[in-house]
Ligand binder design. Structure first.
Ligand code: HEM
Ligand code: HEM
Length: 184
């Protein structure tokens, strides 16, 4: 079980270490890092970079011939790792206030991560080679067709949520930097 889910264990371990450091900071300074100050800003930016990597790298590997290095399965593992750790860092960035657009962006982030876990579950129902190609014979045809249909349905939900998330994140970043940082 542990071998098959290595990227998830690594991701949870990283989150645990980050949570520990965050807890230590809060305990030491007796204050929650504000989203617009140095530490809060830094975790927000790093987390957002990881989220951008999650959104783009796997799709680029999957859909273009230009980037054809590395196994698809490895890229999906990286996708999952950055897709858990990035949002977690962004969560620590929020300073636990969820008003307006920034709050909506956080909600979309939570939704896409949960939806990622659902997709991963369906994805593993479809037998594939190490390079991500589907294997026809390993599962009964009816069950395979059903899993494929479910995966296609999942894509039509997951991808628009991702787009909405990044549109709202960019609006938040622009507004936050303009109103709370540049105008200060
Ligand atoms: C998906 C990514 C992100 C999410 C979900 C997010 C979410 C949030 C939330 C919930 C807050 C608190 C809002 C409040 O006080 O009610 C916040 C504040 C803030 N965020 Fe983000 N954030 C993200 C990425 C970023 C990035 C990349 C930057 C900077 C480049 C940034 C800059 C700021 C700033 C400056 C504030 C403070 C605003 C203030 O003090 O009024 N955020 N963010
Ligand atoms: C910031 C968070 C995330 C974003 C923005 C994101 C975005 C995306 C996008 C755009 C795709 C479509 C790729 C394509 O077909 O071109 C995708 C696929 C996928 N994602 Fe995520 N994702 C995130 C987190 C996660 C997480 C946490 C998991 C699992 C725990 C996950 C599992 C998957 C799976 C299984 C696929 C389908 C792979 C395939 O059909 O080839 N994602 N994701």
């Amino acid at each position: 079980m542990l071998r098959g889910n290595l990227e998830l264990w690594f991701a949870f371990f990283t989150c645990l270490v980050l949570a520990g450091l965050y807890g230590f900071y809060v305990f030491w300074t007796r204050e929650i890092p504000a989203a617009g100050e140095l530490l809060g800003h830094a975790i927000g930016i790093l987390g957002f970079i990881l989220m951008l990597m999650t959104e783009t790298l796997y799709s680029l590997r999957k859909r273009t011939r230009l980037a054809s290095f590395g196994r698809m399965s490895t890229w999906l593992k990286i996708h999952i790792y950055t897709g858990v750790v990035g949002p977690f860092m962004v969560l620590l960035h929020t300073s636990w206030k969820f008003n307006g657009l920034a709050g909506a962006t956080t909600l979309l982030t939570v939704i896409i991560v949960i939806s990622g876990f659902v997709g991963r579950y369906v994805y593993t129902r479809i037998p594939r080679t190490l390079d991500g190609l589907e294997i026809e014979s390993a599962l009964s045809q009816a069950a395979l067709r059903q899993a494929r249909r479910l995966m296609a349905l999942w894509h039509t939900v997951h991808i628009p949520i991702g787009i909405a998330l990044f549109l709202s994140a960019f609006a938040h970043i622009f507004a936050a930097l303009y109103y709370s940082t540049l105008l200060k």
